[in-house]
Write a new protein. Structure first.
Length: 332
């Protein structure tokens, strides 16, 4: 019996570590398993990059294996190595420095952020560690802090850091929204995705008018203070790709250090002009940012993508990005 996913479920498997059970046209063995990263699934074929423990074959790790879709009996995603809460705190601390709010404060290990309402990330509390007081008092202090700034109270909650906070917010009727995946990769893997057949990626230290004209946060026009949030990082680069005098792709990168000392590239604001899509420009501009970050000694990259955006996930996974953790927002 065959157990194959369909539609969007297939898209979500591309770039992930999977095990594929498939038929063999062999007198000695009727079927075998392949363990590896699913690099593509199209045209009736699955292409996997073999990892250790892949069936009974003696073929080496890293080799590309092609399996005909008609021979696939079952396919299942295999969880990556668990990520520790310490690693999540470390990465989220670096990410907070890469998309820095205009006002910040702390309640113990909770980071309060405000930026006149531009982006939820810059206008939410990140509970990185213990608040240093009773949860009732800490949650009340968060509400008061945002009320003083005319903003709705909001938490950005990484799943591994929910612990007691999640049940406490549930009990108070705070709703959950916008599940987001955080994907990470080695910078060297990402920059290898640059394309020689596409126009070069240019990096500037400030966004020009054409860059700002391409960036539509949630489809809206940017508020005037958005430029202050976009440029509010120690090492920030604005990537652009122009073709025939038109801006066709943009992205923003920020290089920051985590508390552990690991140097990260944070990738945000990736957009491709509607008339230039399906050419690989999104991956190309991200690869250009990775090359820029490598010159600044960044070794790892992260980006955030909504769980429902399977097309973007597939493109990023082909660049070497893999799941690290997820987060969501909580509002009363």
């Amino acid at each position: 019996m065959r157990h194959l996913p369909s539609g969007g479920a297939r898209d979500r498997l591309v770039g992930r570590r999977v095990v594929v059970r498939h038929r063999l046209h062999d007198a000695e063995q009727s079927a075998t398993d392949v363990l590896g990263t699913l690099e593509s699934w199209s045209g009736g074929r699955l292409q996997l990059r073999r990892t250790s423990g892949s069936g009974r074959s003696s073929r080496p790790e890293g080799e590309i294996v092609v399996v005909a879709e008609g021979d696939v009996m079952a396919i299942k995603a295999i969880p990556a190595q668990p990520v520790t809460r310490r690693a999540v705190r470390d990465l989220e601390a670096a990410a907070a420095r890469g998309w820095r709010a205009l006002q910040t404060d702390r309640i113990g290990g909770w980071l309060l952020r405000a930026a006149d309402g531009f982006t939820r990330r810059a206008n939410s509390c990140m509970p990185l560690d213990d608040p240093g007081m009773a949860l009732d008092d800490a949650i009340a202090a968060v509400r008061d802090w945002y009320a003083e700034r005319g903003l709705p109270p909001c938490f950005q909650v990484p799943g591994p850091l929910e612990l007691a906070l999640g049940p406490a917010l549930d009990a108070r009727g705070w709703s959950r929204s916008e599940d987001v995946l955080v994907l990470t990769a080695d910078v060297d893997d990402v920059r290898a995705g640059a394309r020689d057949d596409l126009p070069a990626v240019r990096i500037d230290d400030r966004p020009d008018d054409a860059w700002l004209g391409c960036y539509h946060y949630r489809g809206d026009e940017l508020p005037e203070h958005a430029i202050h949030v976009l440029t509010n990082a120690d090492q920030v680069g604005f990537a652009s790709v122009d073709d025939a005098g038109q801006r066709v792709a943009i992205a923003r990168g920020a290089v920051t250090d985590a508390p552990s000392g690991r140097r990260w590239l944070g990738v945000t604001a990736v957009e491709v002009a509607p008339t230039a899509r399906r050419r690989g420009l999104g991956s190309h501009v991200v690869a250009g940012l990775a090359a820029w970050a490598a010159r600044l000694a960044a070794t790892h990259a992260y980006l955030q993508v909504e769980e429902t955006n399977t097309a973007a996930q597939a493109a990023y996974r082909k660049l070497g990005f893999a799941d690290h953790h997820s987060y969501h927002y909580r509002s009363p």
